[in-house]
Ligand binder design. Structure first.
Ligand SMILES: Cc1cc2nc3c(=O)[nH]c(=O)nc-3n(C[C@H](O)[C@H](O)[C@H](O)COP(=O)(O)OP(=O)(O)OC[C@H]3O[C@@H](n4cnc5c(N)ncnc54)[C@H](O)[C@@H]3O)c2cc1C
Length: 544
């Protein structure tokens, strides 16, 4: 017997990588969202970024930036503290691409429709890499606080909005662009920020901080919004990394977290030791001052998670349309088609919800109803999409079989990333309780959701919404039922959006499968095999 006859390495029935496509041009949902938002001016940039996101080069950078994780360098060779994080070059390539494309800035610079146009770019970016999305989001959201602090804004706003990535640790005046982080969480409590123990003392017209922060992501950012205690209560401050004379501020990075996912992005523990800081907002109003930043990061999480669902679905569909088992393509097996169709409904409804929210942000200056909707819908959408993401990632991974569970698969990174958005910027329970408080303070907020849902009225929507409203009005049980209430509100808005903007069968199947009672797994849709396959394949990218 010759060696050729016992060759075992013939590769058959393996799936080519999903690459070399325009993630904007190939995506009918995203193009429809841009058309509905009436932001045709974003199309050129979206095609450019879409081609990059779909390119093998960009995907390779995403893999490398996550495989070769950031390293902390606390001291130089001669023992001086440097508190620097060294990243793989691919991280810098990605940061440069995101910031030079204006993924952080465009909402504040292009009106009307800036939030929707930017959401299209952020949706694309989150299909590529989520570690870099963290500093992009914080820098984007920082404008909401900078705009309340005129002196700080004069020094920082233009640099934050510059479409440039400049990682040098230099004073802001010498930089071509600046990135912003936030450091609030301490060891004793992240949700309950009233427990902040870091203290601030006056130093002329500025302040000195001493204390620790248990989580501080992107610690190489140029400045941080942070919280410290004054006699008046917890107060917001701004800490620049470099001082105007070019020396480093006392920003001691103690450790990097060894995280489950989000590995390209450093998350650190830091100490302030007599650290220079500027006051932001009124003493004692720190948590209220930072609310606007948190609100914008929550919005970004909604867009980012919808995009991650899209990315997971793309991989599952691509695989099932190229791999055969038991004599035919996986996508031709009715039960696989059921799973794919169900995942497609989930990702489409998430995308509709994200872009409806973006439109409400865009319209909220001029329209009080849209302002209320934007306020009310942000925590609802953040809660529900984050809850669904982990299930979507696991199910999409399973569609790839064993190949989904190895590190070379893009699903591995998405799976590890999936729970994170549910934890930061308000974990699920905290988000639900925040939403209940907002609804009780402002009946207009819940009214805005009601009118959004009734725009696409249906008895199932009315029943589910009515149940949520009754639960909300019951002061005894509302807190314990907060998750169920937010789930119902999110599903009703999604159902209504599907009825208005998707095709009739997809909308009907979304409503019939999700507006009833009880828990369910993906792949339990009650349709015939041909309908399931059609529903799955209508979600395929244009070129895959
Ligand atoms: C990768 C990563 C990066 C991060 N980066 C940053 C950063 O850059 N800056 C920053 O400031 N923080 C950051 N964080 C911290 C994050 O914001 C906190 O972990 C989060 O706010 C939760 O706080 P905690 O960890 O102290 O948990 P806890 O506050 O102890 O909460 C634990 C659990 O209890 C629940 N809970 C709390 N209160 C209630 C209640 N009243 N009723 C019912 N349930 C409740 C919460 O929902 C949560 O599930 C990061 C976290 C991670 C994982």
């Amino acid at each position: 017997m010759t060696a050729a006859m016992i060759e075992t390495h013939e590769v058959a029935n393996q799936v080519p990588p999903l690459e070399g496509y325009d993630a904007y041009g190939a995506d009918p949902w995203l193009r429809a969202a841009v058309a509905r938002a009436k932001v045709p001016w974003i199309e050129g940039q979206a095609h450019g970024l879409g081609v990059y996101v779909g390119s093998p080069e960009a995907q390779h950078h995403a893999v490398l930036a996550n495989r070769y994780t950031p390293e902390l360098r606390t001291h130089d060779a001669t023992g001086h503290r440097i508190d620097t994080v060294a990243y793989h070059p691919s991280y810098h390539v990605l940061m440069n691409r995101a910031f030079s494309a204006g993924v952080h800035s465009l909402a504040w610079k292009c009106q009307p429709g800036g939030f929707s146009g930017r959401a299209a770019l952020f949706y694309l970016w989150n299909q590529l890499e989520q570690g870099t999305a963290c500093p992009v989001t914080m820098t984007f959201a920082s404008i909401a606080v900078l705009d309340q602090a005129p002196a700080l804004a004069r020094e920082w706003r233009a640099k934050v909005l510059a479409d440039a990535y400049d990682p040098r640790p230099e004073p802001v005046a010498r930089k071509s662009g600046a990135t912003i982080g936030m450091a609030m969480t301490e060891k004793q409590g992240g949700s309950d920020l009233r427990a902040v123990a870091t203290v601030a003392v006056p130093d002329g017209s500025t302040w000195r901080l001493t204390g620790h922060k248990w989580f501080c992501s992107a610690p190489m950012s140029d400045g941080f919004f942070t919280l410290a205690r004054l006699p008046e209560g917890v107060t917001c401050f701004f800490v620049p990394r470099s001082l105007p004379d070019g020396t480093r501020n006392a920003f001691l990075i103690q450790r990097l977290k060894d995280k489950v996912g989000n590995r390209s992005n450093a998350s650190s523990e830091i100490e302030y030791r007599d650290t220079f800081a500027q006051l932001v907002g009124e003493p004692g109003r720190g948590i209220a001052t930072l609310i606007s930043m948190a609100h914008h990061t929550r919005f970004d999480i909604v867009v980012g998670v919808a995009a991650m669902m899209r990315a997971a679905l793309n991989q599952a569909l691509h695989h099932a349309c190229h791999r055969s088992a038991f004599g035919k393509e996986l996508a031709d097996h009715p039960l696989m088609a059921n799973v794919l169709a169900d995942l497609a409904l989930e990702a489409e409804a998430a995308t509709l919800l994200a872009f409806r929210l973006a439109a409400a942000f865009d319209a909220s200056q001029a329209d009080a109803g849209e302002r209320e909707l934007q306020r009310a819908l942000t925590p609802v959408a953040k809660y529900w999409l984050c809850k669904r993401m982990a299930a979507v990632a696991a199910e999409a991974m399973e569609c790839l079989g064993g190949n989904g569970y190895v590190e070379e698969s893009p699903l591995a990174r998405l799976y590890r990333e999936a729970p994170l958005n549910g934890i930061w910027e308000g974990s699920a329970n905290v988000i639900c309780l925040d939403a209940l408080r907002a609804f009780s303070r402002s009946p207009e907020a819940i009214g805005a959701i009601e009118s959004e849902v009734s725009a696409g009225s249906d008895p199932r929507l009315a029943r589910r919404l009515g149940g949520a409203m009754r639960a909300l009005r019951d002061p005894v049980s509302a807190e314990a039922q907060a998750r169920a209430i937010l789930e119902s509100l999110a599903l009703c808005v999604q159902g209504s959006l599907m009825k208005r903007h998707s095709d009739a069968r997809a909308a009907e199947t979304f409503c019939s499968s999700r507006l009833g009672e009880g828990a369910r797994a993906f792949g339990a849709l009650e349709l015939d095999a041909a309908a399931l396959k059609a529903l799955a394949l209508r979600a395929r990218l244009g070129t895959s």
